[in-house]
Design a protein around this ligand. Structure first.
Ligand code: NAP
Ligand code: 8YV
Length: 316
């Protein structure tokens, strides 16, 4: 059986299917990777990983015969695809099966910001409602102008699910799409026209900190930033400053610059809703992602191709 390196965790269902066809080596159980890979690195032909861990350059380097990397997650910014293409390594990911869940998480954050969910829940739970009465009124999410940064598979699902709130939808991407929403080629100009800016692009160099001070201030004191993309997309220091100085109104965040670290300044603010990168984290969606991750490995075993390659590797 070919040897597979497992980076990060996997569900029992994934492990059972992978174990039928591969000899699995768990990175989490290897104490000294340098020593282990000197003896075993050349045996590894397949890698299973996830969007958080990716494949670190030193690991990729230590596996000279790896031919396939299957990523549990759609975002693959933690995998150096240039290096993989140069070596002919096929990289797969899990598109589409998580669109609905990530869109649900986006709506959760948006509603939580508009309806002051955090403070109201605390008012109820702490007994302050009984003692001090109700908090000031919150705001309605209905009829807002919502800008989507990244109108791809998930961005479109978010737009679809938002329709019950009767929004005006705007979007910014590098290329204009065939959609009935207003296109902006300039992110700051779009932010100036929005009540809400939703980030759902890939991470990586082209989106690094594109939500900067100017974009955040254009969104304004009543504006809401929702980030379900990657922490790297937003300048976190500028975000904290904009929120602290009242230049930005609210933020709903599922992703952060240095996960799992969340700056104390964000934790301290009442106008910020925080989630620990759980955009796709339901039993149902993670099962679908797990199945597709293993399907890609098994298809590679049978045909040498993968079912859902990342675009950079589709020609391999
Ligand atoms: P996708 O279908 O490839 O869509 C990406 C969109 O971003 C496209 O519309 C693309 O349009 C746009 N885009 C890419 N680079 C851009 C840039 N530099 N500036 C502006 N727009 C840019 O990807 P998807 O399946 O929707 O997933 C999107 C991302 O969501 C993933 O890569 C991942 O980072 C994140 N995600 C997060 C979670 C979570 O748990 N929070 C879960 C799943 C996914 P153009 O190419 O025309 O620019
Ligand atoms: C997961 C994600 O948290 O798919 C993605 O890009 O960010 C999430 O679905 C992650 O990749 C699972 O490791």
């Amino acid at each position: 059986m070919p040897d597979l390196l497992l980076i990060g965790g996997a569900t029992d269902a994934m492990l059972a299917r992978m174990a039928e066809k591969f000899t699995i080596h768990k990175l989490s159980e290897i104490e000294d990777f340098a020593a282990w890979s000197a003896d075993n690195g050349d045996r590894i032909e397949a890698v299973a990983t996830n969007g958080h861990d990716g494949v670190k350059p030193e690991i990729l380097f230590a596996l000279p015969n790896v031919k396939v990397i299957s990523c549990y997650g759609v975002g693959y910014d933690a995998i150096d695809t240039d290096a993989c293409v140069a070596r002919g390594i096929k990289v797969s990911h899990t598109p589409n099966v998580l669109n609905a869940e990530v869109a649900n998480t986006t709506l959760l954050l948006l509603l939580a910001c508009y309806r002051d969910f955090r403070m109201n829940e605390e008012q109820a739970r702490s007994g302050r409602w009984e003692r001090d009465g109700a908090l000031p009124l919150s705001r309605s999410p209905d009829n807002r102008t919502i800008g989507i940064l990244g109108l791809g598979r998930i961005g479109q699902e978010i737009a679809d699910r938002l329709s019950i709130f009767n929004p005006t939808i705007l979007y910014h991407t590098r290329t204009k799409k065939d959609v009935p929403y207003k296109y902006y080629d300039d992110l700051t100009r779009m932010a100036a026209d929005c009540d809400v800016l939703i980030c759902i692009t890939p991470g990586g160099q082209s989106t690094n900190k594109i939500v900067n001070k100017d974009v955040l201030e254009a969104l304004g004191p009543q504006g809401t930033l929702i980030n379900v993309a990657r922490g790297s997309v937003v300048d976190e220091a500028a975000l904290i400053k904009a929120l602290q100085t009242g230049k930005l109104g609210y933020a709903g965040l599922d992703v952060f610059e240095k996960e799992p670290h969340i700056p104390d300044a964000l934790k301290a603010m009442d106008n910020v809703v925080l989630l620990p990168h759980v955009g796709s984290a339901t039993v149902e969606t993670r099962a679908a992602m797990g199945s597709l991750t293993v399907d890609n490995l098994l298809q590679w075993l049978e045909t040498g191709t993968v079912k859902t390659p990342v675009p950079e590797c589709a020609h391999l």
